[in-house]
Design a protein around this ligand. Structure first.
Ligand code: ATP
Ligand code: MG
Length: 396
């Protein structure tokens, strides 16, 4: 029954030239999100508004689901569009709209009319009052409440007549492509996909890097990460995912360094390699799913020692989040079920029983000095043998 969707977007803080970038990017991201949806859609800007017009039959839920993944959208209102053929026809339209858009006509309401065309023969208030009367006649269960109505029926007289009354929430944030790009360290866990989602929500394009340790980690573990990248890509757009073989580096650290420092040293090499790919992809920072105190490698001391090798900013959007809050987001965005699949992670294979929780930078550096002979060569080999895949929504 709806011929269009009116897209509401957050404008606060988006001014001047940035506003154009925001709107242009939003229009193109809406277009991308609707590409896989069956039907023809036109994304149109009109008077500071964005409309998605439908040109054929379409599945309402599919369109809403796709739009709910587009950052920058605050609300989605399904709209009935009609030519202006006089007040009587408008009243009929509004009555039929209310008959179809609600399963029960037993609420309080008010009609709000706006005229974008001032040549319309009636004043806005007059139109609202007359439409209200027609609705009360048609549906005895309705009553008017101008102060606290349960339903606001908006009637806008533009080139066409627009009728709408409900707004489905969008994800908010900024359209992807309005900020720079960043490199996500993506593991198969719960946290890192959520971290990527959160940074993408601020308009940042995402690249990703995954370290695996075949044959200690399986093909299925790798596939799981590709799948997670595909789910994040529903929101963030296509993701370039670098898959790096970390086995030789891990074995070498295992051979040469004290075992209680394995995780922290490994994490430092992950960060260094991630920066390499980040520079290649012209990223402006790294993203991790770390959260203070969650595990031994995420104490303040461990984070400081890990961070010490980084020359780029490291964005840790979950740093102050509790696990349950992260799980809630993972469930909402659809990564949780994949994240909890029980496949081995390269970090868990070589971990010590009692990793240091307060690593000492001097001591870690001293341990790393045992790696000088081969580590550069092994890092180069990891870079050279890395495989890059493009993760896209719905591709897995
Ligand atoms: P996650 O749930 O994201 O795996 P975690 O709680 O398991 O996090 P760690 O294993 O300590 O925590 O990892 C911390 C962060 O380091 C992760 O959020 C991720 O950004 C990065 N990371 C860990 N393992 C890998 C990996 N194998 N490949 C790429 N990045 C990783
Ligand atoms: Mg993990």
């Amino acid at each position: 029954m709806y011929q269009a969707f009116l897209i509401k977007y957050g404008e606060i803080g988006v001014k001047g030239k940035n506003r154009h970038i925001f709107e242009d990017t939003l229009v193109s991201q809406i277009g991308n999100a609707l590409k896989p949806v069956e039907g023809t859609f036109t994304v149109r800007r009109e008077n500071g508004r964005i409309y998605v017009e439908t040109g054929s039959a379409y599945d309402y839920d599919e369109v809403v689901d796709a739009l709910q993944c587009v950052f920058g959208i605050v609300g989605i209102s399904p709209v009935v569009l009609a030519e202006d053929e006089g007040f009587d026809q408008l009243a009929e339209l509004v009555v039929s709209y209310v008959g179809r858009a609600f399963s029960k006509q037993d609420f309080t309401f008010k009609v709000v009319t706006r005229r974008a065309r001032k040549n319309y023969p009636m004043e806005s208030m007059e139109v609202s009052a007359a439409l209200g009367e027609r609705l009360l006649e048609a549906f005895p269960g309705l009553s008017v409440d101008v102060h606290h109505p349960q339903v606001v029926i908006s009637v806008e007289i533009r080139n066409k007549i627009n009728i709408y009354s409900h707004t489905i929430p969008g994800p908010g944030g900024m359209p992807v492509g309005t900020a720079g790009r960043a490199m996500l360290l993506l593991s198969g866990g719960i946290d890192s996909p959520v971290a990527g989602y959160m940074i993408a929500k601020r308009g940042v394009r995402i690249d990703a890097v995954y370290f695996h340790a075949p044959p200690y980690t399986s093909e299925r573990a790798r596939q799981k990460v590709v799948e997670l990248a595909g789910i994040v890509a529903k929101y963030a757009g296509p993701i370039r995912l670098h898959i790096v073989n970390f086995t030789q580096i891990q074995l070498y650290i295992y051979e040469k360094c004290p075992h209680d420092q394995l995780t922290i040293i490994m994490r430092r090499y992950m960060m260094k390699l991630a920066e390499h790919f980040a520079r290649e992809d012209e990223d402006l920072g790294l993203i991790t799913g770390e959260s203070i105190g969650q595990v031994a490698s995420q104490t303040m001391q461990s984070l400081a020692v890990t961070n010490e090798v980084c020359t780029m900013p490291v964005y840790r959007p979950l740093i102050g989040a509790d696990k349950q809050d992260i799980v809630n987001i993972a469930q909402k965005i659809g990564t949780y079920e994949t994240s909890i699949l029980p496949y081995e992670d390269c970090c868990t294979i070589f971990v010590a029983k009692h990793p240091v929780t307060k690593p000492n930078l001097k001591s870690v550096r001293k341990s790393e000095s045992h790696l000088t002979e081969k580590i550069d060569m092994l890092m180069e080999e990891a870079v050279r043998t890395a495989e890059t895949v493009r993760a896209e929504a719905g591709a897995v």
